[in-house]
Design a protein around this ligand. Structure first.
Ligand code: FMN
Length: 311
């Protein structure tokens, strides 16, 4: 089956790999490719191994990384070593991660200094806030969210001295939410669209039979990355105020072709991110992950040289 997303142009560039790739900057750090490793918590046993493997490839190949939820580091240093990866990626963007419910609580208790301390001990460049109300709603013991997430983010932006990225966790955002986010001075808006890992589905699979049956369709709620790029483009063309610096397109991005397609479809500076795609190989071995990443980057170079987007 032909991949009609692309136009193949073999006449216009030298063979990829024969000239240096572009360097780009994100929040003052350098990236060799517009690719992020999305935030992933691995549980206490896996976090150390996975974080170190993933950050090593970020350092080696010039990619950016979001750490998995750092909630447990807010009040204790017991697991700090598992998240300490700056030495492995000294020049690349590295962001810590907290959920919207924790940020809401820290604001309420006047404890946002704990976020400053967290970033400082991780030597992180900024904070990713994950907004996951549907997942929390499905969890029997889910966190309560008392304030509209957009207001919590505005409150933090008003006092934060570090860059902030906002993401979902696998459902994406509707157009109004995206417009509200894009109007804020965020370092990036990360889609975490529906199409890949879906935490509502994971929550439901853990639920009892009746709940599963009644809420089965809830995990189908949300938006895919392509619709979200199209909304972002509409929001820009409608002349709305856009203060967010860029998009991170993620959620169901399986490889360099998906990533290349979406970032070139967007009319705003963008990079792409994968979670489960990297995790699969990170769980295998350092060598598997390294080979996977090399093939992805070589593929990206090929796309850049020979492909144009069929808009
Ligand atoms: C094992 C695993 C753990 C995750 N943990 C977090 C987390 O702690 N914080 C977060 O913001 N997102 C978390 N995510 C969501 C991812 O960052 C990403 O948004 C989502 O998986 C969609 O990307 P994908 O389709 O490439 O997997 C996790 C995903 C996976 C697979």
């Amino acid at each position: 089956m032909l991949d009609t997303r692309f136009i193949y142009e073999p006449m216009l560039s030298p063979l990829p790999g024969t000239k240096e790739g572009d360097l780009r900057s994100f929040g003052g750090r350098t990236m060799k490719y517009p690719i992020w490793v999305s935030s992933m918590t691995g549980g206490t046993e896996l976090a150390n191994k996975i974080n170190k493997r993933l950050s090593k490839i970020c350092g080696q190949y010039g990619l950016a990384m979001g750490l998995g939820s750092c909630r447990q580091l807010l009040d204790s240093d017991e697991y700090l070593n598992d998240f300490t990866v700056r030495n492995l990626m000294p020049d690349q963007p590295l962001f810590a991660n907290l959920g919207i419910a924790q940020v809401e609580e820290l604001l309420k208790n006047n404890e946002t200094h704990k976020i400053d301390a967290l970033l400082s001990k991780l030597e992180a460049d900024g904070l990713i806030i994950h907004v996951n109300p549907l997942q929390e709603w499905l969890q029997p013991e889910g966190d309560k969210i008392y304030v509209a997430p957009i207001d919590t983010i505005k409150s933090l932006l008003a006092i934060a001295k570090y860059p902030i990225i906002v993401k979902e966790v696998g459902q994406g955002f509707g157009k109004e939410s995206m417009k509200a986010l894009l109007s804020l001075p965020l370092e990036a808006v990360d889609f975490a669209a529906n199409g890949g890992t879906n935490f509502s589905k994971i929550e439901l699979s853990r639920s009892e039979k009746l709940k599963k049956e009644v809420y089965m369709q809830v995990s189908n709620l949300g938006h895919d990355a392509k619709s979200m790029v199209q909304w972002a483009n509409e929001i820009i063309s409608e002349g709305a105020e856009v203060k967010a610096k860029q998009l991170i397109i993620s959620g169901g991005i399986k490889n360099f072709l998906d990533g290349f397609y979406h970032i070139h479809l967007a009319n705003i500076e963008s990079s792409y991110a994968m979670a489960s795609g990297f995790l699969k190989y990170a769980m295998e071995s350092e060598e598997e992950l390294d080979q996977f990443v090399q093939l992805q980057l070589k593929g990206y170079d090929m796309a850049q040289a020979m492909l144009r987007i069929n808009k």
